[in-house]
Design a protein around this ligand. Structure first.
Ligand SMILES: *[C@@H]1O[C@H](CO)[C@@H](O)[C@H](O)[C@H]1NC(C)=O
Ligand SMILES: *[C@@H]1O[C@H](CO)[C@@H](O)[C@H](O)[C@H]1NC(C)=O
Ligand SMILES: *[C@@H]1O[C@H](CO)[C@@H](O)[C@H](O)[C@H]1NC(C)=O
Ligand SMILES: *[C@@H]1O[C@H](CO)[C@@H](O)[C@H](O)[C@H]1NC(C)=O
Length: 301
């Protein structure tokens, strides 16, 4: 018996193989932290083309600061490059792993404007910032993770800022050397939630997100929520407000705020924010994201 596969199916499969979605991955904790490297590996394994472009050293809490990258005046974090190394550089055995000796905003800009054309041959489809070590809730303008996501959105690229309660700013080598540490386990758990979230978003038609907005996504601590399946994604708002009118969902016209949500259980808060003001957006803009993500969203109970 002969199995025949129709031409359209062959073409579709070929297109899928050669048109894997292209992701620029960044953070503010630095290019060599365990969390971001766990994500790099998992996003690749999930079939995405991914390049990492992140600060050479810890740049936590630097918001939307920006400066021209400079030659290293000390080593990269965890001694991953020598003092005196160039302002931007990469892992010689894996050029998809890049550092930028400047702020998160400069790192993502370099990833989008310089690395993506060179390494992907085209613009990226999505920018993933973080997951940050430590949450970014309620007042997010000082966060470098949010700063990088905002920069991407303002350059016209869909972006998501992820942050999580559990984990520490440790080297990627600990993923192997310390496979059972809470930091390693959280890196893998949050990564699997990130893959689920990204897959849900990119399953929707383009544009993946409305213009000028980004998403602030925060994971509850893993302490009482040991597996990815124990987490629920909740649409939230950045600022707690008693008078806001939000998109109607879960029987209300006000969304729960992200700060209380992440403390209330095994929840992932998902807030839509204005990339310019880093504040909440209109109900109509929230509605676009609600419709896209409804397959994975739950109500907070
Ligand atoms: C990274 O920088 C932040 C902000 O300055 C600081 O709070 C944190 O302790 C630093 N992390 C490490 C591992 O030094
Ligand atoms: C560079 O890549 C190699 C091969 O994947 C890896 O063994 C090494 O740890 C990496 N170093 C850094 C700093 O990324
Ligand atoms: C990690 O935990 C697993 C399962 O509990 C165990 O089999 C393994 O030996 C542990 N590895 C290390 C390095 O502690
Ligand atoms: C973001 O805020 C700026 C300044 O208030 C405003 O001009 C812009 O329309 C807002 N964008 C979105 C998408 O809400």
């Amino acid at each position: 018996m002969r199995t025949t596969i129709s031409l359209p199916i062959i073409l579709t499969l070929a297109l899928r193989a050669t048109h894997a979605l292209k992701i620029v991955l960044t953070n503010d904790d630095g290019w060599a932290t365990a969390q971001v490297r766990a994500e790099f590996d998992a996003l690749q394994a999930a079939g995405f083309q991914v390049l990492l472009s992140a600060p050479a050293i810890n740049k936590s809490g630097t918001g939307s600061s920006t400066a021209t990258p400079t030659v290293l005046s000390g080593p990269c974090e965890f001694n991953t490059c020598a003092s005196g190394s160039p302002a931007t550089g990469f892992n010689a055995s894996n050029p998809l792993l890049n550092y930028v000796n400047s702020f998160p905003v400069d790192s993502v800009r370099f990833g989008i404007q310089t690395l993506a054309p060179k390494l992907f041959g085209s613009a990226p489809d999505l920018i993933v910032s973080g997951s940050n070590i430590g949450t970014n809730l309620g007042s997010i303008s000082g966060s470098g993770t949010v700063g990088a996501a905002s920069e991407a959105a303002l350059e016209g690229f869909p972006s998501i800022a992820f942050s999580g309660s559990t984990g520490s700013q440790v080297s990627y080598t600990t993923l192997q050397s310390d496979p059972n540490s809470s930091s390693t386990l959280a890196a893998h758990l949050y990564t699997s939630l990130i893959i689920k979230f990204v897959n849900a978003l990119v399953a929707t038609p383009t544009p993946f997100l409305p213009k000028g907005v980004s998403l602030n996504v925060n994971f509850a601590a893993t302490t009482s929520c040991p597996s990815a399946s124990s987490f629920k994604f909740i649409l939230t708002r950045v600022a707690a407000s008693s008078s806001a009118t939000d998109v109607a969902t879960c029987g209300a016209t006000r969304l729960p705020d992200e700060t209380s949500t992440v403390k209330a259980g095994c929840f992932v808060s998902v807030s839509v924010f204005n990339a310019t003001t880093k504040m909440d957006v209109s109900a109509a803009t929230q509605a676009v994201v609600l419709n896209k993500l409804s397959p994975i969203l739950s109500c907070r109970t």
